[in-house]
Design a protein around this ligand. Structure first.
Ligand SMILES: [Zn+2]
Ligand SMILES: [Zn+2]
Length: 322
């Protein structure tokens, strides 16, 4: 257990090792002992360390952590959207206000997504810890600084969005659309739960972008000591934020306080709702710039921007000719 090794390297922690030998299953006593002996750690770091020590099996601990985090965060994030779908006062913020999902639609979607989680994602998740060990992904305590973590998560967001843009565009071609991506487009007006309503091949292909870039980053850090290594907690945080983004972009709601109103490069729900509405364009998920750069924007906003650009060009041409 790497976490235990890191903790017991300290002079103050011999009692911790003893305690774990005597009470191997008492999570609260382990947490208390970590708390007493490791004052420099934050509460989350103490919880993290106590969890790995309590589990006593790192592969199982990482696999379970990923699976439970995915389930709790995905369905937990869908719940507020499900609730406001039943509150007419929120209808004015709905992007397609006449298309409120029925309970039956949401229930059918929930069953399919749950089945998928257990059949498709529950298996590869257990391979993650051995990959971490091979590539030097750390999982001890303390965690890296928040600045390092924020920078790494920012890199994952931009790279994964490009992966998503490319594969999503491919999934809109003939055979791929008909046989794979059409399932995800069942809902022309999406809702939170529909974020992962997709063919298993699509889930796996897009999922590679989510776990692949942290793995690639870890490989680059392992061959280049000037790159700070990535921590498993950072990867967990990244997966949670990406899940929130996926659910929110399918929510069907655009508020005056939504992030895209303050940070225009952020796609938000409006960008992806347009994609479901028109079945074409707006292939990226997190940011607007990949579609802007590749000329694949769709919807009213894109139309207005295109019209403004051609108007500006026409005015410039007229000025030159005068
Ligand atoms: Zn699509
Ligand atoms: Zn979608």
């Amino acid at each position: 257990m790497e976490v235990l090794n890191q903790l017991t390297n300290s002079n103050h922690t011999s009692s911790l090792a003893n305690l774990i030998d005597v009470h191997p299953t008492g999570f609260s006593s382990i947490l208390k002992e970590v708390d007493i002996t490791q004052n420099a750690l934050t509460y989350i770091e103490k919880l993290w360390a106590a969890y790995y020590i309590w589990m006593g099996n790192d592969i199982l601990a990482t696999g379970l952590l990923f699976f439970i985090t995915h389930e709790v965060m995905y369905f937990g994030r869908c719940l507020p959207w499900f609730i406001i779908d039943h509150m007419p006062s929120f209808n004015r913020f709905k992007i397609q206000p006449t298309k409120i999902p029925t309970d039956k639609e949401q229930w059918e979607c929930l069953k399919t997504v749950l089945k998928q989680h257990f059949l498709v994602e529950a298996l590869p998740i257990w391979l993650f810890h051995p990959i971490c060990l091979n590539l030097g992904i750390t999982f001890g305590v303390p965690f890296p600084s928040w600045k390092t973590q924020a920078l790494q998560i920012g890199i994952f967001f931009v790279c994964e969005d490009f992966w998503h843009f490319v594969f999503h565009s491919i999934f809109h071609y003939g055979w791929f659309y008909k046989n794979i991506h059409k399932i995800h487009h069942k809902y022309a007006a999406p809702f939170g739960l529909a974020a992962e309503y997709a063919h298993p091949v699509e889930v796996m292909a897009l999922g590679v972008g989510t776990v692949g870039f942290p793995i690639l980053y870890a490989y680059l850090a392992s061959v280049n000591p000037s790159i700070p290594p990535v921590h498993l907690f950072t990867i967990t945080l990244w997966v949670v934020l990406r899940l929130f983004q996926a659910v929110d972009s399918h929510s069907g709601y655009d508020f005056p306080w939504s992030l895209n109103k303050f940070f225009p490069l952020w796609a938000g729900a409006a960008h992806h709702d347009e994609h479901h509405h028109h079945f074409i364009g707006n292939y990226a998920s997190s940011f607007t710039f990949w579609d802007w750069l590749c000329g694949t924007e769709c919807g009213t906003l894109a139309k207005n921007r295109r019209e403004k650009n051609s108007q500006d060009k026409a005015e410039q041409k007229l000025k030159k000719n005068l």
